[in-house]
Design a protein around this ligand. Sequence first.
Ligand SMILES: [Zn+2]
Length: 145
Amino acid sequence: MGKHYDDPRMHTAEHVLNSVMVRRFGCERCFSSHINPGKSKCDYHFPRPLEETERREIEEAVNAVLSTGTPVSEEYMSRKEAEALFNLARLPESAGDTLRIVRIGAYDACPCIGLHVRNTEEVGVFRFISHEWNDGILRVRFKLS
Ligand SMILES: [Zn+2]
């Protein structure tokens, strides 16, 4: 298990941020992330820089999910089943033939081997630190308070 999975609060916030990005912009979940207890970053394939109004919308949408106390649960399914439902590109081969699907209420579902909180209210408040766009890649930095 990679170091970047070691902070359950930050990593659960990453799941919610990804879901907000997919729902709001129709982009893919982040293709790369660095999750640390103090601050984290996620990289998205994205066609343009983010506007400030969008930054606020994203922050509000993430916090709306976090603050409602949504249960985080897990279920298992075969890799074959999961392939039809999810993008497995970021999942290591070592995850095996039976995959764990992590659900955040009815809001998000994603195959993942990382550590998560039991309820989104444990995560705290999501804050953007910065966002920058270069050559088709949007980098979002965030922290929790
Ligand atoms: Zn996860």
